[in-house]
Design a protein. Structure first.
Ligand SMILES: Cc1ncc(COP(=O)(O)O)c(C=O)c1O
Length: 388
């Protein structure tokens, strides 16, 4: 039991975390028992009875409602997509942008967000990058807004150093300046609380294979449905206000659905929506605030340990500016990654070191194991920026 919830009980639901020191939930979270059971339910039904699709769809809609509640949205504002990239591309192509318009982004933000907007160069839309600094807030963008700025797109949490940006402040700036606002919450969702009403974004996109605990291949897209001028670049029968009951396409009736279904295309990743339903139940039973608080505590322990070893932390140190669960230690990945792997410690290489990322199941013992492995090998003086 920790201060926030019974982590030992949660950990038992993630067998992979018992077999290795898993510090890589920023890459993907290992499968939990409830998610596995939900997938098995789907597989058994498909295998044994070819499954009643109507029941699968009902369950998907129940999951959509849970997801909407989780975001403080309503189900009509939430679409299912394939991943973050698809959500960002849907958003970028729905914005009514014209040649000469510009979009502001943060330099070095995740490429899957950046390319969706860079591709608008085909329409003559320019992307302008503002510098990545310890914190990004309204003041980071304000000086770059000009008469042709139409939108800001950014990530809530950076994958490569664990910055947590002021997404609500940027939302207020967008409202004040009349800009569209597109937010990528992939790295934060499930750990960093999110409330779409407070953020005020036009679109929010994410995948589900990190903090939302689902295997790869399911994404989400929140859409502010008061923005009825935003129309989908792609169309399928389910995207329409009035899908033809006889399945014969009507050239004179292409009105998009009044809900976020306007951004959905064709059949769904039904097994993954089953998994997401179970994952949201698990997260809900703990509480995102508790997961965040627990990860912050692990982060404090990690930072203290890195300091003691003379290894610099690459991203922000202050809780106000850092994500609870993403930390990069300035240990060159090419020198350290195989070593960690040989000691049963799983983490990711990053631009400036190795990334330690926590999930709801990690414990102080995982942090200590990581630090022991660092100490066991020793840090060569001069290799870490702190020591240099
Ligand atoms: C901020 C951010 N956006 C997007 C992605 C991934 O994009 P996709 O879901 O399209 O694979 C990641 C990490 O994988 C990420 O950290």
């Amino acid at each position: 039991m920790t201060k926030h919830y019974d982590v030992e009980a949660v950990r038992k639901l993630f067998p992979a975390a018992e077999r290795l020191t898993y510090l890589d939930s920023g890459f993907q979270t290992p499968m939990s028992t409830p998610v596995r059971r939900a997938l098995e339910t789907f597989i058994d039904e498909a295998y044994e009875t070819a499954g009643p699709k109507s029941v699968w769809i009902e369950r998907m809609e129940a999951t959509r409602a849970k997801l909407a509640a989780f975001l403080n949205a309503v189900p009509e504002e939430v679409a299912f997509t394939k991943n973050t990239s698809e959500s960002m591309n849907i958003a970028a192509n729905a914005l009514p942008l014209a040649a000469g318009d510009n979009v502001l982004m943060v330099h070095g933000d995740h490429p899957n967000n950046a390319y969706a907007f860079l591709n608008l160069a085909r329409k003559g839309v320019e992307v302008r990058f503002v510098p990545m600094t310890e914190t990004v807030n309204a003041e980071s963008f304000r000086p770059h807004i000009d008469a042709r700025t139409r939108a800001i797109s950014m990530s809530q949490v950076t994958f490569h150093a664990g910055h947590r940006f002021d997404v609500e402040g940027v939302g207020r700036l967008c409202a004040e300046a009349g800009l569209y606002y597109v937010l990528d919450i992939m790295q934060g969702v499930g750990v960093v609380p999110i409330d779409v009403r407070r953020v005020g974004a036009t679109f929010i996109g994410s995948g589900t294979h990190k903090g939302l605990l689902v295997p790869q291949g399911l994404g989400l897209l929140y859409w502010d449905r008061t923005r009825t001028e935003l129309e989908p670049a792609y169309l399928a029968a389910i995207s329409l206000a009035r899908p033809p009951a006889d399945l014969i396409a009507r050239p004179d009736d292409l009105e998009p659905a009044p809900t976020a279904a306007r951004f959905e295309i064709g059949n769904f990743n039904l097994p993954a929506t089953h998994a997401l339903g179970a994952a949201l139940d698990l997260i809900g039973s703990i509480g995102v605030e508790n997961i965040a608080a627990h990860c912050f505590d692990l982060g404090d322990r990690l930072i203290e340990g890195l300091d003691a070893c003379g290894v610099a932390l690459v991203g922000p140190r202050a809780r106000a500016h850092r994500a609870p669960h993403i930390y990069v230690a300035a240990l060159p990945a090419e020198e350290w990654l195989d070593y960690f792997a040989s000691r049963g410690v799983r983490l990711s290489p990053e631009r400036d070191g190795v990334r330690i990322s926590f999930g709801m199941f990690n414990t102080a013992a995982d942090v200590d194991r990581f630090l022991d492995v660092v100490r066991e090998r020793g840090v060569r003086p001069g290799r870490s920026p702190r020591a240099a």
